[in-house]
Design a protein around this ligand. Structure first.
Ligand code: SF4
Length: 374
C-alpha cells in the first residue's frame, strides 16, 4: 500500500542563506528553499544525511514535507537588504502544485530584478515559464535538470527504480527544450553519477547527446556522496534490490568516510565527459550567467575563467600549489567590491598587483583578460 504524504506547515525565521562568495559550479551566492523533505524520494539523495535532514527516520524524507509557509514574505525582506546576485532556489516536487511557494518566490525575485538559478527533476517548472521569461529579460533566469540516465541507457530500468517517484528523464528533456526555446540557459546535471550504473561511456554519451539535442548548453557531473544514516539507508536499498552491485559500493564507500569514489576513476569519468561534450558541441562547465547592469561583471568573467582553469588543472593533475594560485586569485577577485576594469584604468597593471593573491605574472594575465571578458 502506498504511503500518504503529510504536510507540516511552519514559519521559519529566515529563508535566504548567504554564502561568502559564489560557488564555482552554479555561480550562486544565495540559496532559498521553500520545503524540507522531497516527494521525489530519490533513494540516492544526500538530503537524507543528518546535517540536512530534520528526519530521524530516513524513510520519512519523501513522505513528511515541512512547508515554509512564510517563504515569499521572508524572501522579500531578505533580498531588499542583499546585494544582487544569483539565488539557487525553486522546488517543483508535487507539493508545489498545492502550495505554489516556488512561484511566489519567483514573483518576489521579479519585483526586485533578482537573478535566479533552478535545478530540477520535474517539468512542473514549466508552469512558471511566464515568470522565468520575465526575470530573464530583466535579470537572469538560469536552469538545469538533474538527469542521470536516458531511455537509451543500458541500466535505465535500474536507475529509474531508484528515482521512481520523480518524473521520467524524457519529460525533463522536453522541459529543457521548452526553456531553451524561451531563451533561458539550461543544461543537465549528472548528479549523482552512481558507480556501476551511470558512469559507463554509453550512459555519459547518451545524456550529453540528449542534452545537446534538447537545447541544453552544458553538462555538469559529480559523484555520489554517502554519509551517516543515508549510507545505511542506501546500502539497504542495494541489499534488497541490487545485491550484485553492493560489494562494489562497500569498496567505494567504506564505513566512516563520506566520499568513496576513487580520485582516479572520477578523473577518468570527468575527462570522458569533457571529450564527449566537445564532440556534441556543449560545455562541461556551466557558463556563468551575466547579470544586466552588474558593475562587477568583468570581475565575475575573470573569476569564471580562473575557476574553469582550476577545474582543468585538477583533471590534468597539475601540481597542487599551482592550482591553489588560481583558486585563491579567483576568490580574491570575487571578493573585490570595485569593478576591476575601473580599478585597472585608475591604477594600471601595478595596481592589479595590489589585489590580494595577485602577483606580477597573474596581474599580466588579468590585464590580458580584461579585454577578453564581456
Ligand atoms: S529530486 Fe533532488 S532533492 Fe528530491 S529526492 Fe531527488 S535528488 Fe533529492
Amino acid at each position: 500500500m502506498s504511503r500518504r504524504t503529510e504536510f507540516i506547515p511552519y514559519k521559519p525565521k529566515t529563508i535566504l542563506n548567504k554564502h561568502k562568495r559564489a560557488d564555482h559550479w552554479f555561480w550562486t551566492r544565495y540559496t532559498a528553499y521553500p520545503y524540507k523533505g522531497c516527494q521525489h524520494g530519490c533513494q540516492f539523495c544526500y538530503c537524507r544525511e543528518q546535517k540536512f535532514s530534520p528526519f530521524d527516520d530516513p524513510n520519512d524524507f519523501a513522505y513528511t514535507i515541512h512547508v515554509k509557509e512564510n517563504a515569499p514574505q521572508l524572501l522579500r525582506k531578505a533580498i531588499a537588504r542583499a546585494k544582487t546576485d544569483l539565488i539557487f532556489m525553486g522546488d517543483y516536487q508535487p507539493a508545489e502544485k498545492k502550495f505554489r511557494l516556488s512561484r511566489q518566490m519567483l514573483a518576489v525575485c521579479l519585483e526586485r530584478n533578482f537573478p535566479v538559478f533552478i535545478l530540477e527533476r520535474s517539468p512542473l517548472i514549466l508552469r512558471d515559464l511566464d515568470l522565468l521569461t520575465e526575470i530573464n529579460t530583466k535579470a537572469v533566469a538560469a536552469t538545469a535538470f538533474s538527469i542521470i540516465s536516458t531511455p537509451d541507457s543500458v541500466h535505465y530500468e535500474r536507475i529509474r527504480q531508484m528515482e521512481h517517484l520523480a518524473p521520467p528523464p524524457e519529460k525533463r528533456f522536453k522541459a529543457m527544450e521548452q526553456l531553451a526555446l524561451a531563451g533561458i540557459q539550461t543544461g543537465a546535471c549528472m548528479m549523482p553519477l552512481l558507480p556501476e550504473l551511470c558512469d559507463t561511456d554509453e550512459n555519459l554519451e547518451s545524456i550529453i547527446k540528449w542534452t545537446a539535442d534538447h537545447g541544453g548548453s552544458f553538462v555538469l557531473a559529480s559523484g555520489l556522496t554517502l554519509s551517516d544514516q543515508q549510507r545505511a539507508y542506501f546500502f539497504n536499498v542495494l541489499a534488497e534490490r541490487f545485491p550484485d552491485i553492493l560489494p562494489a559500493y562497500e569498496k567505494y564507500y567504506p564505513a566512516g568516510k563520506s566520499y568513496g569514489a576513487a580520485d582516479g576513476s572520477w578523473r577518468r569519468t570527468a575527462l570522458k565527459i569533457r571529450e564527449l561534450c566537445e564532440k556534441h558541441g556543449i560545455k562541461d562547465r556551466m557558463p556563468r550567467p551575466i547579470i544586466p547592469g552588474d558593475k562587477r561583471a568583468k570581475n565575475k568573467g575573470i573569476v569564471e575563467i580562473f575557476a574553469n582553469k582550476v577545474y582543468r588543472m585538477e583533471l590534468e593533475r597539475a601540481p597542487k600549489n599551482k592550482i591553489w594560485v588560481y583558486r585563491k586569485a579567483a576568490w580574491a577577485i570575487e571578493d573585490m567590491e570595485q569593478d576591476i576594469s575601473l580599478f585597472y584604468r585608475m591604477m594600471g597593471q601595478k595596481g592589479l598587483e595590489k589585489i590580494p593573491e595577485i602577483g606580477e605574472n597573474l596581474a599580466k594575465e588579468v590585464e590580458g583578460l580584461l579585454t577578453e571578458v564581456v
